[in-house]
Design a protein around this ligand. Structure first.
Ligand SMILES: [Zn+2]
Length: 379
């Protein structure tokens, strides 16, 4: 794999001139001219016209370069209980197709084989031949070992030590990348979402759905941690007297502020919403109890986000997950609580925004990790 930084910069910010590419990557302009020629010869990059920069030396017109969208495709598989999805992105990150469905529940092996075969079917339906696929990304909730492509543990599914990559390699061959959905969303935000236009952005991504988790991208790299368990902010203790958590401890953020926690807390008050999706639906309809629970959740998530900001000083915090069904309502309350608590140096503080992909973030992210591996990972 050649020139990963140039390819990734094009994915993030194209069209760009050779001079802009040189500035963003720190490579010399003669080197950039050579690299762009190589990428053009490979069919990955082409010129898309000229533009006169507003403040350029001598007002020279600069040819713009862009990736060739149909030079390759990435497949993403989101493994979820109800909203599993197969998504195909082109080489520029454009959405080609996406399909949502509910896989058969139960043991991991039949579930994963079903999803692999469904992805293969969808490629055939869209008419993309196997040789045009640059990679397959699979995201599965839990702690994932990216090197071995295994799921260590998924409290959500009750699965442990599952060879996820092997299940997909049986269908697609050796080009499968595995991550958790929140990690996948963070990569999508970096490549073509809220962080893509911020060179060298350090990003904290916080996902609030039935469960709560985070992922951090610093220095352009997803941070995995020593045991690949980085970002488990759902298990930060926030209330010594709070509910028992799925992890066995008491008062974790996940146990008091996640979607599943809110449904359980409502039931304690005699209000049966059924699922978090139903609770969100009630909130959309103006249900005061549901809105109060969500407001309380946003305040608690915001406090932990405030501490993340104090400790890591990210450029950007993006909030994803089912709470985006309420537009920016939840994110606005997270921001307020976070900035009230964080130690910030600049007056504005870091930007705290909604994920660029709304409720489709997990599906888009799953393909984004495959695309990122293709453009960025050195061979
Ligand atoms: Zn916990």
């Amino acid at each position: 794999m050649r020139h990963p930084l140039v390819r990734r910069t094009l994915l993030q910010a194209a069209p760009l001139s050779r001079a802009e590419l040189a500035d963003r990557t720190g490579l010399s302009r003669p080197a950039m001219t050579e690299i762009c020629q190589e990428l053009t010869d490979l069919g990955l990059v082409r010129e898309t016209g000229v533009r006169t920069p507003s403040r350029s030396s001598m007002g020279r017109r600069r040819a713009q370069l862009d990736l060739v969208a149909d030079a390759g495709y990435a497949v993403g598989v989101l493994v979820a209980a109800e909203n599993s999805a197969v998504t195909i992105l082109d080489l520029k990150g454009g959405l080609v197709a996406t399909q949502r469905f509910r896989p058969p529940s139960g043991a991991p092996e039949p579930t994963l084989s079903f999803l692999a075969l469904t992805a293969e079917d969808q490629l055939a339906r869209v008419g993309i031949p196997a040789e045009r696929i640059v990679g397959v990304g699979v995201s599965v909730p839990g702690v994932v070992d990216p090197e071995r492509g295994r799921l260590h543990l998924s409290p959500f599914f009750g699965w442990s030590n599952v060879p996820v990559r092997a299940a997909f390699e049986a269908v697609f061959g050796p080009r499968v990348t595995v991550a958790s959905p929140v990690q996948a969303i963070a990569v999508a935000e970096l490549l073509f979402g809220s962080a893509s236009r911020l060179p060298y952005a350090d990003l904290a991504l916080v996902n609030v759905s039935t469960a709560i988790a985070a992922a951090f991208v610093f220095g352009g790299r997803l941070q995995q941690g020593a045991d690949s368990a980085s970002g488990q902010i759902g298990h930060v203790p926030v209330d010594a007297h709070g509910r028992r958590c799925r992890c066995g401890r008491r008062g974790c953020l996940d146990a008091v502020a996640s979607g599943d926690a809110l449904v359980a807390l409502a039931a304690q008050d005699g209000e049966e919403y059924g699922t978090f999706s139903d609770l969100l639906g009630a909130a959309e309809g103006g249900d005061a109890h549901a809105l109060a629970l969500l407001h309380q959740s946003a305040r608690q998530v915001g406090k932990v986000v405030g501490d993340v900001i104090t400790m890591l000083d990210p450029t950007l915090v993006a909030v994803s997950g089912m709470v985006l069904r309420l537009g920016t309502w939840y994110v606005d309350r997270v921001r307020e609580a976070a900035l009230a608590r964080a130690f910030v140096v600049s007056e504005a503080g870091p930007r705290i925004v909604a994920s660029a992909f709304g409720v489709d973030a997990g599906a888009v992210g799953s393909a984004a990790i495959a695309l990122d591996k293709f453009v960025y990972q050195p061979a």
